[in-house]
Design a protein around this ligand. Sequence first.
Ligand SMILES: [Zn+2]
Ligand SMILES: [Zn+2]
Length: 332
Amino acid sequence: MKALVYTDTNEIVYRDEPAPIFEQGDVLFKVEATGICGSDMHAYHGKDPRRVPPLILGHEVAGTIASGPHEGIRAVINPLITCGTCEYCDTGLSNLCAQRELIGMRLPGAYAEYTKIPGRNLIPIPHQLGFTKASLAEPTATALHALNLARMKSFRPLAELKVLIIGGGAIGMLTALLLKGYGCRDILLAETNDLRGKSAAEHTGCRVFNPITDTLEGPDSYDLVLDCVGGEKTRNLSVTAAKPGGIFVHIGLMDSLGGLDIRKITLSEITLIGVYCYTAADVRAAVKAIDTGLVGDLTWVETRPLSQGAKAFLDLDNGLTAAAKIVLLPDS
Ligand SMILES: [Zn+2]
Ligand SMILES: [Zn+2]
């Protein structure tokens, strides 16, 4: 089968690869759409020790079941494979399972004609929902999970909060669109790429500012800050923005250290929440959110053929596309 393979730092090659090898419980899955994630870009830059080349990346997947009794059913993949029996899996916190594995990390991913996945990780999609939109279920699930955790810590409904979202990539966009859908009207979005910032303003209706060239309006005044980048500078901006009693949700995984003014966090009783992935329930809710239009028409998503994947990575790397998400489709 044809696949897009991460072969070395800053190198992605479209080539022939052996078909997936099955284990018990796996089904063969025909890939119809796979989104490029920020974490795939991170790997491409050689910065993710968990993703070792040669590796087929890609975990934001929609397609069709191609083996077994459910062959032909359209579905999205919950790419987080967990044990199903530990204390976390038992209590609905499967994203914290010690055995968790994400496809496209150590296991082969979905920038390919086919991938394999345990049958229990498949979530059927409505017949009218297109594959490209459906492939956004995974990042939408992350945004839903983050907002759900914030909601549980907030004294007021999300709709009433003054919010800062840092990063106009797909997670930032989807978080903004979900909040809009919930009725939240006071959202500022920080994005350093002006091309992307313009697109974010157009498609979310949020106010957008560039934290490199502009200063943050109203430090110490945001009820909720979501850092979808997760770097030293964005953590610093988050803590600067949060008001006393505010909530700081950390989603991005750019780097590990720096930017946290623990003294301010302590004196201002800021709640810090780490967010990793989602549960299966979040992925199901994400499919529904996309299908019912809660996150809008998603016209900001760009599609390209899988064979042109290397160029897509290059364009994203060089900030040459306004799209917060590029979805790769099989070559016809
Ligand atoms: Zn992702
Ligand atoms: Zn488990």
